[in-house]
Design a protein around this ligand. Structure first.
Ligand SMILES: Nc1nc2c(ncn2[C@@H]2O[C@H](COP(=O)(O)OP(=O)(O)OP(=O)(O)O)[C@@H](O)[C@H]2O)c(=O)[nH]1
Ligand SMILES: [Mg+2]
Length: 448
């Protein structure tokens, strides 16, 4: 279970409590401490954070917000302080050298970064400078192929610096060149020497250290050592999805001032996010991360025509539902997209895991409907269903399933559109968008 899940559980306690007395807050802080310690955040930091939250929790309430909102806001802010701020990744890095230990995620990240920058209209080439592990060149070739980035590698050449030289010639008119290097089990002399030799030729503008979240607070030592020996100027933390220790790794980098530009959150090429503690926490705290989602939707919109605004509109018809299903699938599994919206728990499981086949069938069904049926599925009856099944080559059962899912999803999407202040006062059904809106109105409480 990832750090995010542990943190989420701790925050849930706070959100679900009815009365926020000192005891409840203390119990919630205990839970938070557990999540942070399990995540390998340094104990002294954990204790400081707990004290600060407790002290701030019972200070005088700012006008217009209730105790629960206040405590959640304070917790959010203190956590953001520990995990680090926003270090915007360079828009035009030109040449990125990726370094790190065995299995840190360098090769995977090379592909993710290529995709990231290609989406931002850059012409990207990747060089395979890992001549150490026999299958490394082929692995990177496959990764580059997946994201349709240009690739240079040479299985026959064992001298990594030579490969880099050839690669640079090949990509001479490219906007961005990413160089993947070999890992070792530790930063020894051999690795240091190799990286220096590669960079003497490559001459990177950016040297980014790739670290797996699972190293926890050791990230501090690792980033310091790499910085000292080869001068890294940015960090990428991978496997934030799979390791409980991501929080520790982030906090450790923050104490050294290392800039965490990106975090990896899965094995797919889209599973890369710019790291921003506020956004990250908003998502974990179940308030949704509308900004990230809109950004993703915008990117995909450029690839294929979908309406990002529509995606977030509460009201929709079967047709828009189908388009959204198609579009959200492009952003990754539906469950993840819903997570970004802070609605992760509410998506019906069968929807979140729906395969391509089923989605295609739903498309045929919707195509066989009349305009009125699409607008208002309530009018659907036995004979209409029989007609559509015939026309679309599907079964009546499948049509009922689609209608059922549509209803469920409509409810989920509706939540984003409406603000139910009464529920909010009770501390139920809050979401980050609403909370942010509230805080934005009260300038003093603007979330960064
Ligand atoms: N869940 C998850 N897995 C990841 C992530 N990033 C990388 N991985 C996986 O971690 C494993 C190692 O990744 P690689 O990219 O091969 O790591 P590397 O640093 O190039 O490894 P070496 O070249 O052997 O040093 C692979 O199985 C990846 O799929 C991530 O963000 N989340
Ligand atoms: Mg590799």
């Amino acid at each position: 279970m990832g750090f995010g899940d542990n943190l989420r559980k701790a925050i849930e306690k706070l959100k679900n409590s009815t009365a926020l007395d000192r005891e409840t807050v203390k119990a919630a802080i205990k839970e938070l401490q557990r999540a942070l310690i399990a995540s390998d955040v340094e104990i002294s930091l954990v204790l400081r954070l707990s004290k600060e939250i407790e002290a701030a929790a019972f200070e005088e309430l700012p006008q217009g917000i209730n105790r629960k909102e206040h405590v959640i806001k304070v917790t959010h802010d203190k956590l953001a302080e520990i995990l680090g701020g926003k270090s915007k990744a360079p828009e035009k890095p030109i040449k990125i050298l990726l370094v790190g230990l065995f299995g840190a995620g360098k090769t995977t990240t090379a592909g993710k970064l290529a995709k990231w920058y290609m989406k931002r209209s850059q012409k990207v080439g990747i060089i395979a400078a890992d001549t150490y592990r026999p299958a490394a060149v082929q692995q990177l070739r496959t990764v580059a192929g997946n994201v349709k980035a240009a690739f240079y590698g040479n299985e026959k050449e064992k001298n990594a610096a030579k490969v880099v030289k050839e690669g640079l010639k090949e990509f001479n008119d490219y906007d961005l060149i990413i160089c993947d290097t070999a890992g070792r089990s530790g930063l020894d002399e051999e690795l240091t020497k190799e990286i220096r030799e590669i960079n003497a030729i490559f001459n990177a503008n950016e040297k980014w250290l790739v670290i797996g979240a699972d190293v926890g607070q050791v990230a501090k030592k690792q980033s310091e050592a790499f910085h000292k020996s080869v001068g890294v100027n940015g960090v990428i933390i991978t496997r934030m999805d799979g390791s409980a220790k991501g929080g520790g790794a982030l906090a450790a980098c923050n104490t050294t001032g290392a800039k965490v530009y990106f975090i990896g959150s899965g094995e797919k090429m889209d599973d890369l996010q710019e790291f921003d503690a506020t956004r990250y926490l908003s998502r974990i705290m179940g308030y949704g991360d509308l900004e990230t989602l809109l950004e993703k939707a915008k990117e995909i919109q450029e690839e294929e025509s979908i309406d990002a605004e529509e995606l977030l509109k509460g009201e929709f018809t079967l047709k828009t539902f189908y388009n959204q299903m198609k579009a959200t699938r492009k952003m990754g599994p539906l469950s993840k997209v819903m997570d970004l919206m802070g609605l992760g728990q509410q998506v019906p499981k069968e929807m979140a895991e729906m395969g391509e086949d089923k989605l295609n069938k739903f498309g045929y069904i919707i195509d066989s409907m009349t305009e009125r049926e699409r607008e208002d599925p309530e009018i659907m009856n036995k004979s209409r269903i029989a007609r559509i099944a015939k026309g679309s080559g599907t079964t009546q059962e499948e049509i009922r399933e689609l209608l059922k899912n549509f209803k469920k999803m409509k409810k989920v999407f509706k939540k984003i559109g409406s603000i139910d202040t009464k529920k909010m006062e009770e501390g139920k059904g809050m979401d980050m968008q609403k909370l942010q809106k509230m805080f934005a109105k009260k300038k003093k409480f603007k979330l960064r």
